[in-house]
Design a protein around this ligand. Structure first.
Ligand code: CTP
Ligand code: ZN
Length: 150
């Protein structure tokens, strides 16, 4: 008997594929799926030809918009997002870096208001590759290696 892991195909919804395995749960968290009525399946540590191990998030009955997809750009820029309609892949979206990143990333300045009061972080994207962000509050510029997720 052939033994392999499979996660059911979905009829309608969004499949986020090729997520670096270790950020899969974070991707689900950022997408804020609490109010989704359809079935949500999350899998990690799946074998993949393209990468070491991948994660997948399948969101039933919800078609993510480009803006919603872009929220995962800091942690999963190379994920593939598939919009499924009637069991077919109708569209594939690229994950694009938004101009402003809210929440998600922590400011590296310990004196920043966002590290001392209940203010949500907000960064402007100064440069996409390599990623460079600037804090809206304290104006601290951060390079890719300074970026810590909240
Ligand atoms: N998928 C799904 N339900 C469907 C159709 C597709 O869950 N009804 C999933 C597939 O399992 C896959 C992803 O959506 O994880 C993309 O499907 P497809 O484009 O058919 O697969 P690939 O060609 O392997 O994708 P890629 O181009 O990203 O390599
Ligand atoms: Zn700051």
């Amino acid at each position: 008997m052939k033994k392999e892991v499979s996660i059911s195909a979905i009829k309608e919804g969004t499949v986020i594929d090729h997520i670096p395995s270790n950020v899969t749960l974070k991707v689900a968290e950022i997408l804020n799926l609490d109010d989704v009525a359809g079935i949500i399946s999350i899998a990690t540590n799946l074998p993949s030809k393209k990468m070491a191990k991948k994660g997948i998030v399948k969101i039933g009955d919800k078609l993510l918009t480009q803006d919603e997809v872009n929220k995962i750009a800091v942690i999963a820029p190379d994920a593939t997002v598939n919009i499924i309609e009637n069991y077919n892949v109708k569209r594939k979206l690229k994950v694009l870096l938004p101009d402003i990143i809210e929440k998600i990333v922590k400011c590296s300045n310990p004196n920043c208001i966002t590290n001392n009061e209940k203010a949500e972080t907000r960064f402007y994207v100064l440069n996409k590759t390599p990623l460079k962000l600037k804090c809206h509050y304290c104006e601290r510029a951060m390079n890719k290696e300074d970026i810590v997720l909240l």
